[in-house]
Design a protein around this ligand. Structure first.
Ligand SMILES: [Fe+2]
Length: 439
């Protein structure tokens, strides 16, 4: 499931292996099973995998009507065939609270094997505390494998999570096969049409004080033509222009995509020419990259995966740290959250033979996931360990508070002091960060 703006309604997709006559959604408040709402859509479409097996699933997109706030709903989807309706299990989800803050989960890079964070993600979904998961690309490893049946396997694997908490996704390099056809079909409930983009690979949505943009980093790489890069950057510029003009209502702007603009270690090509490509654009075009747009529109944070670890930067621009404080940060900062867990394991920092870049604030090379609490003037960013033996919750390995006044922000910054932070500003790997802001 996914949200529409401000969680006013949700979209739900389900798959069948046979054609059906109609698809049905019925939902009701948990404490009032008489208040039943039913929506019916025409049956969906046949999605045929691009492999030789022509594996086919029928996908059905359903949309709720306006939802009550602060309510736990129960729901089922149904397949109508002839006189019979076959109902799914009952799932629950919650709608936004009445107050002006909320929390969401950020993660990325999860497969069907070694999905270490899976039990924790299921736990957070069932808590009804977090309002959505921002998933920064690379799911299933890969949905198109085994004639596309891996996509079915993955969706069944994550169903209890994805049917309980809206998942706002972005595509990664592991979604690239057949021109992203699995992603474009299986995530066609992304709110891309109302975002003015041509397909589900990019969209934005508003949620309380946040404007969140999902961008496809892959346009800069093998799959992207110069025309596609131009279309993507033009769309992003337009979207961020509107969001920046609306700061009085949505003070925070975050962008998430799959690949990092900054990462360690510096020997990795992900962190050298590929990160440069993300920042400044591809060499064969003069279209530019993401950083100029982030700075122009004062994006607050960029969230990504691809590297299978966790790394937080200081406010950064032009490959330089521009502040050591997250109080009124003068530039955006980045979180790499690609450590949900997959068969490739984690990416180590230990081969770093050159000095750690000054923009790298904290690095953690285990498994985990991030949570972000958003209020109109503060972000509370946390990163939690998922323990590899049994997926249980470990300790909090990062915690930082980002603060600004009501828009427009005041120029300048103040110091942030973190436990275990050395004078150089480098965080010892695996250290628990406890950061105190001194106003
Ligand atoms: Fe990746």
């Amino acid at each position: 499931m996914t949200w529409q703006n401000d969680g006013e309604a949700c979209r739900i997709q389900f798959a069948t292996h046979e054609e059906i006559d109609d698809a049905v959604l019925r939902y009701w408040p948990e404490d009032d099973d008489k208040d039943l709402t039913t929506t019916i859509v025409k049956r969906g479409w046949a999605f045929i995998d691009g492999g030789e097996g022509h594996h086919t699933v029928y996908l059905h997109n359903l949309e709720s009507r306006s939802l009550e706030k602060e309510t736990i709903y129960m729901y089922q989807v149904g397949s109508v065939k002839g006189e019979e309706t076959f109902w799914s299990d009952i799932y629950t989800f919650h709608t936004p609270s009445e107050d002006d803050s909320f929390e969401f989960v950020a993660t990325g890079d999860m497969g069907t094997s070694n999905a270490v964070s899976m039990p924790n993600l299921l736990r957070v979904a069932n808590q009804h505390r977090y309002d959505f998961i921002a998933f920064a690309g690379d799911q299933a490893y890969d949905m198109a494998d085994f004639n596309g049946t891996k996509g079915d396997e993955y969706m069944n694997f994550v169903q209890d999570i994805y049917a309980t908490i809206p998942v706002m996704a972005a595509p990664g390099n592991h979604e690239y096969t057949y021109n992203f056809s699995h992603y474009k079909n299986r995530f066609s409930i992304n709110p891309y049409l109302e975002s003015g983009f041509e397909d589900p690979t990019m969209y934005s949505f508003d949620y309380k004080s946040l404007h969140l943009v999902s961008f496809s980093s892959e346009v800069f790489f093998d799959q992207g033509s110069p025309e596609q890069i131009q279309t993507a950057l033009h769309w992003l510029n337009e979207d961020l222009t509107k969001a920046n003009a609306n700061r009085h209502q949505r003070p925070w702007i975050m962008v998430f995509a799959h690949r990092p603009l900054y990462c360690s270690p510096s020997e990795s090509e992900d962190c050298t020419w590929k990160a440069n490509t993300m920042r400044y654009g591809r060499n064969d075009t003069d279209l530019g990259g993401l950083e100029a747009l982030f700075l122009k529109h004062r994006v607050d944070a960029y969230i990504c995966g691809h590297r299978h670890n966790y790394e937080r930067t200081y406010p950064v621009a032009h490959d330089q740290r521009v502040a050591t404080s997250y109080y009124q940060p003068p530039s955006y900062f980045q979180l790499v959250v690609g450590n949900a867990g997959n068969f490739q394991g984690t990416d180590s920092f230990v081969n770093d033979t050159v000095p750690i870049a000054d923009w790298s604030a904290l690095r953690y090379e285990g498994y985990g996931f991030s949570t972000i609490k958003v209020s109109p003037t503060k972000l509370y960013i946390s990163h939690y360990q998922s323990l590899p033996k049994d997926g249980t919750l470990g300790q909090m390995v990062d915690r930082v508070v980002v603060r600004k006044s009501r828009y427009p922000p005041i120029a300048g910054s103040r110091r942030v002091f973190c436990n275990n932070m050395e004078e150089s500003g480098q965080m010892k790997t695996s250290a628990t960060a406890s950061c105190i802001l001194h106003p």
